[in-house]
Design a protein around this ligand. Structure first.
Ligand SMILES: NC(=O)c1ccc[n+]([C@@H]2O[C@H](COP(=O)([O-])OP(=O)(O)OC[C@H]3O[C@@H](n4cnc5c(N)ncnc54)[C@H](OP(=O)(O)O)[C@@H]3O)[C@@H](O)[C@H]2O)c1
Length: 182
């Protein structure tokens, strides 16, 4: 943990098969103009640490927002309705069900966005890895589904202040579905 990190709650989280990972502003915003809301290097590292060696599932628009194509060390599964679409290093599928069946890497399957794919998979997701930005962005146009506190339990929260490289304060938060806790 970095020196400016404060542990704000912690219990054990149980392994889950389907997780979503997202950077989300205070109002649920996740993107604008086809891209992310801000550049947060600490989150890129966090995302890499959590997803490396696993299968990641995304919509075609999110994939096309990546500057260097498929993310290395992970099975990149991209959902599109276009039967012609393909890209190097990508498992192409045409529905959410097909995406989940195509996952071959061990451990959790990570839903990595964007807004359409989060919405379409949300009911099946058992664990949320949120990077909660302490900020709002006026021109956001993509949003994460509402997280009902009656349905979700926060099991871990790591607070970070803004610094020279990360211009917003943020929390790394893990939530699990309450019906997933026995
Ligand atoms: N903050 C974050 O952590 C985060 C993470 C990821 C993305 N984002 C942001 O989210 C935004 C993109 O989200 P988005 O909702 O516009 O796009 P998206 O969810 O990334 O991709 C949408 C595309 O996925 C395909 N698709 C969706 N549902 C499908 C289904 N049931 N069957 C087959 N194909 C399906 C379609 O592709 P075709 O059009 O090819 O058919 C559709 O156009 C961007 O601003 C991005 O930066 C934010």
């Amino acid at each position: 943990m970095e020196p400016n990190t404060v542990k704000c709650a912690a219990t054990q989280s149980r392994p889950a098969t389907l997780s979503a990972i997202v950077v989300v502003a205070c109002d649920g915003a996740i993107g604008r103009d086809g891209g992310l809301l801000c550049h947060l290097p600490a989150d890129l590292r966090h995302f890499k640490n959590l997803t490396m060696g696993h299968s990641i599932v995304m919509g075609r628009r999110t994939f096309e927002s990546f500057p260097k194509g498929a993310l290395p060390g992970r099975q990149n599964i991209v959902i599109t309705r276009n039967p012609e679409w393909h890209a190097d290093g990508v498992t192409v599928v045409h529905s959410v069900d097909e995406a989940l069946q195509a996952a071959q890497m061990p451990g959790d399957i990570f839903i990595i966005g964007g807004a359409q794919i989060y919405a379409e998979t949300f009911a099946r997701v058992q664990t949320l890895h949120l990077t909660r930005l302490h900020a709002t962005f006026d021109d956001a146009d993509a949003f994460f589904p509402a997280i009902d506190p009656d349905e979700w339990q926060e099991v871990d929260c790591e607070r970070h202040e803004a610094d020279e490289r990360n211009h917003y304060a943020y929390d790394f938060v893990t939530l699990t579905r309450k019906n997933n806790q026995t």
